[in-house]
Design a protein around this ligand. Sequence first.
Ligand code: FE
Length: 235
Amino acid sequence: MDTTALFKLTYGLYTVCSNADAQQSGFIGNAVMQITADPQQILVASNKNNFTSDIIKTSKKLTVSVLSIHTPMEFISRFGYHSGRDTDKFSGCEVFYTDENQPVVLDNAIAWFACEVVATIDAGTHEMFICKVLDAAVTHTETEPMTYDYFHRVLKGKSPKNAPTYQINTNFNQPTKKEEIMNYDIYVCDVCGYEYNPAQGDPDNGIIPGTSFDALPDDWCCPLCGVDKTNFSKI
Ligand code: FE
């Protein structure tokens, strides 16, 4: 089975937020879709490990902000690769609260939805929230939405482990003439799941293929979420 076929499915990127009992959080999701028009309902999938999932299950409410194609990786990193359990993701963001006291993040948003959860489906690692749309608005009419394809191809973003589209890298065994490179260990970022493969290096940041993890400069950072080398583990 060629699992890269899954990359041919199309998605957007969204900031999904919820607030309950004075606790609020949000995450970057790609699994959001409209499922019915009458009533207007959307489906939102969230990893069970997401702090926001716990909040949604309490509040039975959530908001979805549709991200613009100009959304910087810094914003995606803040909401997508850190946990709301130990980070105030909303600090410095432009946020307003709906009539149901739900946070809508306006940063990089071109539209938003305020929703009520009417059903929850257990999908194994994820929960699927079926939501009735209570309110919605377009905030930027001329700006295109971010697509997951653009995120991958242009921004070089990768799916964090909590994303439904996360795939374990199975391409390690590529042939190489330099056996010593193949003996170098692969390291994974504990925060976002990015894998540093010495056989590939990090050419976008000046690290040539064949550079072991130990040989990376001390100021090298995860190209995906920006944390330093101390946040990596050998796999
Ligand atoms: Fe990372």
